[in-house]
Write a protein of this length. Sequence first.
Length: 520
Amino acid sequence: MYLKHYLPIFCAAFLGSTCLFASKPNVIVIMADDMGYGDVGCYGAKPKNLKTPHIDRLAKEGLRFTSGYCSASTCTPTRYSFLTGNYAFRRKGTGIAPPNGPSIIQPGETTIGDLLKKAGYKTAVIGKWHLGLGAPGKGPDWNGQLKPGPREIGFDYNFLLPTTNDRVPQVYVENDRVLNLDPKDPLWVGSRKPSPDHPTGITHRDTLKMDWSHGHNSTIHNGISRIGFYTGGHAARFRDEDLADKWVEKSEEWIKQNKKDPFFLFFASHDLHVPRIPHERFRGTSALSYRGDVIVQLDWCVGEIVRILKEQNLDDNTMIIFCSDNGPVGDDGYKDGALEHMGDHKPAGPYKGGKYSIFEGGTRTPFITWWPGKIRPGVSDEIVCTIDLATSLVSQAGVSIPEQALVDSQNIIGALLGVEGAKGREHLIQQDNGGRGNFGFRKGKWKLLRHAKKMARNVKVEETLANTNVERLTLINLEEDPGETKNLAKSNSDLVEKLNAELQTILDAGRSRETDSVSQ
Ligand code: NG6
Ligand code: CA
């Protein structure tokens, strides 16, 4: 058993770029959007509030991590790091991408997709992209070819929600074109109101089916006003209610077409990002209003993915990784009743903060690995992060990693597979959206929080988004104080200094992956 697990790792080290004994399971990364640690049953959500049988089943049959993280507490930097294996704070322009933003990852920057393709994988991304499209300085050509895009950076196929569901435009992109775009009705996207009479969430607020609470008051589509303006492209526009069904439909098609080769599918759900609009059949399926109903919808998607694998006899040879792109948020700009219906539900579980924060709730999220027959069911306390999937999966497939690529992605494949004694990360830097200089640094049971501006956002997820004053340096013993309530910095100044210096060294070094980490 151990030999089988370690074989690809040894082989990658000794044989170089390809390896006869590499293990090349199909890989599906299911990334939830804005899902917190406590948002699913197997992480403590109560059945009276919502039920997530399919995600719970992954956990029961697979490995559930208690210290599973994404690398940032917003979407774009986590996704950037997941695909490139680089901490997002190392690169400017990796914060929340605007509607007309160019591709953040340009051709030439190595991605997990590039390297898995070298190992013979077919690769696809289906769902939310939010990493920009088009050339630097130009951005997306909505009526032409949306290049560079995923196909230029390691994905053979893509079917996308190009930005977020609250950012314009509400259209699908398939490969490098807007799907069903009528050339006679061109799509225009911009940040300024296109004409004085253009209806917006401000001028036509009384017509909205879901009111906004902050931002989100520009162009209206499907009765919901969004971030940014657009006109045209009417035949191409989707209904928010149908997105989850579409991701499943396209995934099923693609898996069936590509099952003869090993495949890597990035299933990037838009749930539970705002506007939270469940399909009609999921309305009222939780006690938590739409925020809970879209969790049930996402859970259904997970069940569908497993159904597809079983029907195609692929389940024994497919590894699923279930994770989230950042922690939870209550009110993220629409009055959808999430706060009012929270009751005793704790979206971040026992943790403090959520989306936008460097407290644990911002990045510690559900993280499950599943591979029937290969991963022994259980619970792991090893520290694992979405940023590590690149090096881990590529090493497993027997491909060597260029020294200058995936510079912060650690090879923790043993921990992800639950190999006895295999270690996760030794330390992890947690960032927010970036740009503010706030960092969390977790090492073992210790965590140092360094807030540059003595200000933290979304500290209480169950309340309206707000800024709170904090200490510049906070030291937490996560073993004794998972809720990050006691700052031990004053009585442990040596440790604070040591951790702060270590954090600074990693920030300055420009990389944290050992060059020979495949042989780790
Ligand atoms: C914020 C939006 C928020 C959400 C977030 C990105 C406002 C007031 N807030 O700027 O609603 O869209 O960006 O979320 O507009 S993420 O999960 O994609 O990072
Ligand atoms: Ca998100």
